[in-house]
Design a protein around this ligand. Sequence first.
Ligand code: HEC
Length: 107
Amino acid sequence: MRTFSIFTAGLLLAAGAAHAVDEAATVELSKNNGCMSCHSAKEKIVGPSFSAIAEKYKGDKDAAASLAQSIQNGSKGKWGRIPMPAHPSMSPADIKTLAQWVMTAQH
Ligand code: HEC
């Protein structure tokens, strides 16, 4: 557990230094956490596409924080009738990385 935290902190520092989310590692993270069974970068699947999410919240400086809340606690009613389940077992650091990454999705 301790080793894992240090590793995660290292990753975050590295990502911060590069001033960008590590694309390949984050794609893996999204696959490993099942996001891609409901989402994709550009196509609506069960949930909205990540590019549509980035577009909707692009002027909102608190978007990454509020998306992190949605991922952690689940979300309903913002996009349609289908709710997103909560992800209670994911680490806050991983959720934050994914929320920031979603905001970088391109059309
Ligand atoms: C079972 C399907 C499903 C899974 C798995 C899922 N989502 Fe979602 N997601 C949805 C749906 C449906 C919505 C729209 C919810 C709504 O209307 O409020 C959504 C909405 C979102 C939003 C927008 C929230 C907002 O506040 O507007 C983000 C960001 C997001 N998902 C990211 C993720 C990430 C990252 C993962 C993986 C950890 C994930 N989702 C896993 C179905 C899913």
